[in-house]
Design a protein around this ligand. Structure first.
Ligand code: F0G
Length: 425
């Protein structure tokens, strides 16, 4: 009920601080926001959300980046590296070939550490400081670990990351390493890493900064605010649909929360809410399965595989927040093959936008949904690309042209240029 788009104004509980509190999405139990460390409900173990007595309107926002939206965040300021305010690119060739009214790419790879995780970390690490915790930790398919390591070191805090051995792209490990995280490579997949780090957190060994942490999702809400403001300014209307890759479904949950808060603030009509459309890789698609089956719960996939390692996830922990988001906005979810992901990665690269494989899933999914007639030609769509090309240089090199060896003289170079490029894909 509390996750409905048309929920009424909330009652402010006694434990609220400055009109902010934590509330269980299932049993409604409330907690003070910063009084203790907790990630889930003490009563029923369900997910928590940050709740506010008042929601700002667009006019209340000022400045640039994530902290422009501080009136919609649990703190006034954070441990910042100037995250947010990412580009919303036009892509005329893709727009025409996919055949939609308008297509824009919100490139979250342009954040300081190259992924949208920075938006969550600027808030999450600030809350960690507020709580006075020691070591920060996360399980990660790579990007969360890079962002945690960078923001943790910016905040002068110790960081620990658990990664699935052999399944994290090179750029991401390099980032976590140089920013000084202690890196543990686990002989298991991401879901196993998350199980362990949750145990460590519950034993007080570390403060958990995965997207189970409700404060992180507050920062990620700002993607929604930015897209809606930009569409309103450029087209005089909000987008009909936002398409995004799904792993743990944190972003899906965060965008839905942004919409609900704007509806509450009277900025967004119920029928203007963009349709949230999630895309997963075929080899890791438990959310798609749940949407297709009309299920209330997501079945955990034990064996997951995809070239898009960032979303190689079988147990999307934020599903209880994200499933209502997809359904209430009349959105949908679809899976795409690794081949379709690579083709979309090339298509984006052909418009000068370099993304990692998981990011390209959004565009691959849109193309497929349009071909199936589920997305219509009169729609204005924003696709999220979540991480930068350089995150996964091996995938980029495999999808792109091979370098051609040539002799160190002009005649030799000219001879090569005159011949067919045998290495072109
Ligand atoms: N795209 C990229 C590039 C990601 O790194 C992730 C998640 C997602 C999409 C999925 O987002 O979980 O909010 O649905 N990466 C996490 C990590 C799991 O550890 O970096 P979600």
């Amino acid at each position: 009920m509390s996750l409905s788009l048309s929920a009424g104004k909330p009652e402010v509980p006694d434990d609220a601080a400055d009109g902010t509190w934590l509330e269980c999405i299932d049993c409604g139990e409330t907690f003070g926001p910063f009084e203790d460390v907790r990630y889930t409900c003490d009563e029923c173990d369900s997910l928590l959300e940050v709740r506010y007595a008042e929601h700002p309107t667009f006019d209340d926002f000022e400045g640039e980046g994530v902290w422009r939206y501080s009136d919609a965040l649990p703190l006034e300021s954070g441990v910042t590296a100037q995250e947010g305010a990412t580009p919303l690119y036009e892509v005329p060739r893709l727009e025409e070939s996919i055949d939609v009214e308008a297509l824009r790419i919100k490139h979250e790879g342009m954040n300081p550490t190259g992924s949208f995780k920075d938006r969550g970390m600027t808030v999450g690490v600030a809350v960690a400081k507020e709580l006075g915790v020691g070591r920060l930790a996360c399980a990660s398919t790579g990007n969360t670990s890079a962002a945690l390591a960078a923001y943790g070191s910016r905040g002068g805090m110790e960081t620990l990351v658990l990664l699935p051995a052999g399944k994290v792209a090179a750029g991401k490990i390099a980032q976590a390493s140089l920013h000084g995280a202690r890196i543990l490579e686990v002989d298991g997949n991401f879901d196993a890493c998350l199980d362990i780090v949750q145990e460590l957190a519950s034993q007080g060994e570390a403060y958990l900064l995965n997207s189970l942490n409700p404060f992180r999702l507050e920062g990620q809400k700002t993607i929604g605010f930015e897209i809606l403001e930009a569409f309103r300014d450029d087209y005089g209307a909000f987008p009909d649909r936002i398409v995004l890759p799904v792993g743990n479904a944190g972003n899906t949950s965060a965008l839905y929360k942004a919409f609900r808060e704007l509806v509450q603030a009277g900025e967004l009509d119920r029928d203007e809410v963009p349709k949230l459309t999630g895309v997963q890789a075929e080899g890791a698609a438990p959310m798609v399965e749940a949407i297709e089956n009309g299920a209330d719960e997501v079945r955990r996939w034990e064996d997951v595989e995809t070239r898009a390692t960032a979303i190689r996830i079988g147990n999307p922990v934020n599903a209880p927040k994200a499933l209502p988001g997809i359904r209430e906005t009349d959105g949908t979810a679809i899976s795409v093959s690794d081949k379709e992901i690579t083709e979309a990665q090339r298509d984006l690269a052909g418009e000068g936008i370099g993304v990692e494989p998981a990011s390209a899933a959004s565009v691959a999914g849109l193309r497929k949904l349009r071909a199936e007639g589920i997305v219509e030609s009169d729609e204005r769509v924003a696709c999220l690309t979540t991480g930068h090309l350089l995150k996964d240089p091996d995938a980029a090199a495999a999808a792109g042209n091979d370098p051609e060896p040539v002799p160190a003289d002009t005649d030799g170079v000219l001879a090569s240029l005159a011949s067919e490029n045998s290495s072109e894909r």
